[in-house]
Design a protein around this ligand. Structure first.
Ligand code: HEM
Length: 171
């Protein structure tokens, strides 16, 4: 096998597993637990963001997408147009579309709202109890609700992408 293809495949599978695993864990376990634990959960979110959660994840996702498209184009150019019309190519294509939409929702909605939330959470310790604090808490509700509403969709799309990747070769 072409060693470059092998490296791309390795990057693709490793970063893809990381991306889907983190998102499914976050949507089904982490975010509901953060919600249930109130202000303490907020501190966990802040610590995650400070560790670069919202930088590492989009980079891993982008590497998955770029390596996937690279392999797709490589298969198309080596096998030829016959491959492009095959069921395998269509199934990989469907998964790729689901992954790209998941990336867009994750980046432009979840990440954008998480960064807004970070600014608000960082202001919290310096805000005295009273109306100012209550207003800050109220401002946090919007980004939190948007993240919670979109996360299951992103997880669902990534599960679709994983299923199509798992069966693509054999259909
Ligand atoms: C959630 C995102 C993704 C995950 C978890 C993922 C995972 C995988 C896995 C595990 C394989 C190996 C399947 C096997 O050996 O039978 C694979 C193959 C493949 N993926 Fe993805 N993938 C993702 C997104 C994408 C995207 C966006 C593309 C872009 C076109 C893509 C294109 C491909 C192609 C062409 C192959 C076949 C490679 C080969 O024949 O060796 N994938 N993917």
């Amino acid at each position: 096998m072409d060693p470059v293809f092998l490296v791309m495949r390795l990057l693709h599978v490793c970063f893809g597993v990381f991306w889907v695993g983190v998102i499914v864990f976050a949507a089904t376990m982490l975010m509901p637990s953060v919600r249930d634990t109130g202000p303490d959960g907020g501190k966990v979110m802040l610590a995650l963001l400070r560790r670069g959660y919202m930088t590492i994840l989009p980079v891993a996702a982008l590497l998955t997408i770029v390596s996937g498209f690279w392999m797709y184009m490589k298969l198309m150019s080596t096998i030829g147009p016959v491959w492009a019309g095959s069921m395998s190519a269509r199934v990989y294509g469907l998964g790729a579309a689901a992954a790209v939409v998941a990336y867009g929702l994750g980046f432009f909605i979840i990440r954008a709202n998480a960064l807004k939330l970070r600014v608000l959470m960082e202001a919290l310790p310096n805000t005295p109890e009273g109306p100012a604090r209550a207003a800050l808490m109220e401002q946090m509700a919007g980004p939190r609700a948007r993240m919670a509403a979109i996360s299951p969709w992103v997880a669902g799309l990534l599960i679709i992408a994983t299923i199509t990747m798992a069966i693509g070769r054999y259909v």
